[in-house]
Ligand binder design. Structure first.
Ligand code: DAH
Length: 344
């Protein structure tokens, strides 16, 4: 038995595992419940008492050596400095990782910004939590006026005395902040997220995105508005896309209009998408109401201007034919992966 132990001891001391699996095989072989050490201890029971005195010590030493060897490598593998690392071949090709893609709304937002930048528009932003003044009153929505119901509002704090606090229902609030904090001329677009208290469906959501546009200077006319938006549509949807303006009502513009473009699906011939009219609405616009200018400290006898507001989801919808608004906020990778772009 002594000879056997000597032989096993040299085997153990020479043992250099190169992986956690090899170490496990070693453990089972020597230290396992049916392993060599267990067998040796079983055999030990049968030896003569004189031999036991001598062998007992040797056997215990052997067991200790095996355990120590095992623990030495176990620690090394667990702390990551084991032979697995030493054998790392740095010349092997890496494990490629998948490229992400930009959200379609971000792509369209960037595209809108790029188009207006070419016309000299800067980009501005404002807070998503707004007070009554910036979201409604300054924009010529009278108190208790039914026009406020055009937009179902998420109120955060109802406070008749100091003004309610709400999630902004439109980016038009940023116009007010811009005019209050600067001096004309203004030529900016204001992208951002807006909120409305609406049930979520394929066609409506409780939050969505808008881009507001504002141009204030001396002698700005409706013709400037039409030309700017016409240029935007040609750039966004391609040369030859038609536009038309329909009279409308917004408290903050006078006159107000809604703008339609020829249907991007059927080219204006009429299809299910445009409800066989050949036209689809994309934005609201108009000449800034003098009351709004005055509310923001701008001399309405000297300055005029136009404003417009469009939904980014709507534009994206037309560009990529995405019919269900919910897809934009579900973060399904299979949906998102389909949008690759050069614009970063
Ligand atoms: N704020 C309007 C809305 O959310 C959109 C809009 C219409 C903005 C006309 C404008 C505008 O600046 O002139 O429905």
């Amino acid at each position: 038995m002594q000879d056997q132990i000597t032989q096993y001891t040299s085997e153990i001391l020479a043992f250099e595992p190169s992986s956690a699996e090899e170490l496990e095989i070693f453990r089972i072989k020597f230290l396992g419940t049916k392993g060599i050490i267990k067998d040796l201890f079983d055999a030990f029971k049968a030896v003569s008492p004189e031999e036991k005195r001598l062998l007992g010590k040797v056997l215990n030493e052997f067991k200790k050596t095996a355990e120590e060897r095992y623990l030495q490598f176990k620690d090394a593998f667990e702390s990551g400095s084991g032979a697995d690392d030493a054998k790392l071949d740095l010349t092997l090709p890496g494990e490629g990782f998948e490229n992400g893609s930009r959200h379609p709304l971000s792509l369209v937002r960037s595209e809108i910004i790029e188009i207006f930048k070419k016309l000299g528009f800067t980009v501005a932003e404002g807070p998503e939590i707004e007070d009554d003044w910036h979201n409604f009153s300054a924009l010529n929505f009278p108190q208790e006026h039914p026009a406020r119901d055009m937009q179902d509002t998420f109120f955060i704090k109802k406070d008749a005395e100091n003004g309610d606090i709400a999630l902004r229902t439109h980016t038009s609030s940023v116009q007010v902040r811009m005019m209050e904090n600067g001096k004309p001329p203004f030529r900016s677009i204001m992208p951002g997220r807006v909120y409305r208290n609406e049930a979520i469906s394929a066609r409506a959501h409780c939050f969505f995105h808008q881009v507001e546009g504002l141009y204030i200077d001396e002698n700005v006319s409706f013709a400037d508005l039409k030309q700017t938006l016409f240029y935007f549509v040609q750039e966004m949807f391609g040369e030859g896309t038609k536009v038309r303006f329909r009279p409308s009502y917004f408290p903050f513009t006078e006159p107000s209009a809604e703008m339609d473009i020829s249907c991007t699906i059927c080219g204006g011939d009429g299809c299910a998408f445009c409800k066989h009219s050949g036209w689809v609405e994309i934005l609201g616009c108009g000449m800034v109401d003098p009351n709004v200018l005055e509310n923001c400290g701008i001399d309405s006898t000297k300055f005029t201007g136009y404003a417009f507001g469009m939904g980014i989801e709507r534009i994206t919808n037309l560009k990529y034919q995405i019919k269900d608004l919910r897809l934009f906020s579900e973060n399904d990778v299979r949906f998102l992966k389909q949008f690759q772009s050069e614009i970063i």
